[in-house]
Design a protein around this ligand. Structure first.
Ligand code: GDP
Ligand code: CA
Length: 319
């Protein structure tokens, strides 16, 4: 079976780790990662979601934090702060910095990000084909109510998503093209999964790459999503601030309606919600969706594997 996942960072990585525990190595998993959070910082290219996926699937992630390396130190970051350069609120861990240095060297040698990612992933053996959504430099910026436009990471990390925002834009989006393998991973898949990732700035950004939405609406594979919103709040992080900024309520039902059902011009066939959101599943079933309520908190790998199994069975796919 060919399974393709559209992923942001922590939510998508934890789901995919469970999916791999479920399906093992005889199935082919491709992860298309959001790169809208990427940035140049201190002269190196930082790709937060690709790295979270690589470290999580490669067994090196800082488990409690959800991102970054286990056993990390921050001596370089502390020294850089002494020069008052860059972003003092964004830590580049010492181990993490080696990843960014390696990536930057390969990019400077002329390799596209997709090939650089494959090179870096060869070390971590994530068990999936890891693809950036695009080789182009596309960055998510936040449009603030006061008229300013800032990088998503500045809004998210420095301001904890508290500055009132009225939307998001992606730089260079009109001319961006999907990375090699992205469109075929959608058209040739046996099932496509939208994991519990941020619907606005993770999955929404991947969908904004010209050609991706069409590939999803036209693929023969069923497309199943797992709600990142449980009981009216995101499970981790501040995805509610992103949803509010684009005028979508923070509920499992509203996020499903925001993605839309493929039969009505949207991108999904099925939507898995947490057991506390059983009424949302009932409403969706009433209007033609496949939907089910199950315990959807990824407390450990076996739980994430069970959620992955529930998602696949909702569209009649069994590993
Ligand atoms: P980011 O790039 O690190 O912000 O990560 P993602 O975009 O992949 O995922 C963030 C989303 O994952 C948030 O909206 C969370 O609500 C969701 N999430 C995190 N842990 C869980 C979980 O255990 N269960 C569910 N259903 N969603 C989760
Ligand atoms: Ca992210």
């Amino acid at each position: 079976m060919k399974i393709t996942v559209l992923s942001g960072g922590v939510g998508g990585a934890r789901f995919t780790r469970g999916l791999l525990a479920l399906v093992g190595t005889e199935h082919q998993v491709t992860v298309i990662a959001n790169t809208g959070d990427d940035m140049w910082l201190h002269g190196v290219r930082v790709c937060p979601d690709l790295d979270t996926l690589m470290y999580t699937l490669g067994g090196a992630v800082h488990e409690e934090q959800g991102w970054g390396r286990r056993g990390e130190t921050r001596r370089v970051s502390d020294e850089l702060a002494g020069y008052d350069l860059g972003w003092d609120w964004f830590t580049l861990g010492d181990l993490d910095l080696a990843t960014h240095l390696a990536r930057t060297e390969l990019l400077r040698d002329g390799l596209p990000l997709s090939q650089v990612t494959a090179r870096l992933a060869a070390r971590w053996r994530p068990g999936v084909t890891l693809l950036p959504m695009t080789d182009d430099e596309v960055e998510t910026h936040v449009l603030l109510d006061d008229g300013r436009e800032i990088h998503f990471e500045e809004w998210w990390v420095r301001h904890r998503a508290t500055l009132p925002a009225r939307g998001f834009v992606q730089t260079n989006i009109a001319t961006a093209t999907p990375a090699p393998g992205v469109l075929s991973a959608l058209s040739d898949a046996d099932v496509v999964v939208v994991p519990p990732s941020n619907p606005v700035v993770s999955v929404g950004t991947i969908l904004a790459i010209p050609g991706v939405r069409d590939a999803l609406t036209s693929t023969d594979a069923p497309v199943v999503g797992v709600s990142p919103v449980v009981g009216g709040a995101p499970v981790r992080g501040m995805a509610d601030a992103c949803l509010t900024a684009i005028g979508v309520e923070t509920t499992a039902l509203a996020v499903a309606q925001h993605y839309g059902r493929r039969a009505d011009g949207g991108i999904l066939d099925a939507w898995l919600v947490d057991e506390v959101d059983a009424p949302a599943a009932a409403v969706l079933r009433g209007v033609g969706w496949a939907s089910r309520a199950v315990p959807a908190l990824m407390t450990d790998v076996p739980t994430a594997a069970r959620i992955a199994a529930d998602a696949l069975s909702l569209v009649d796919r069994r590993p």
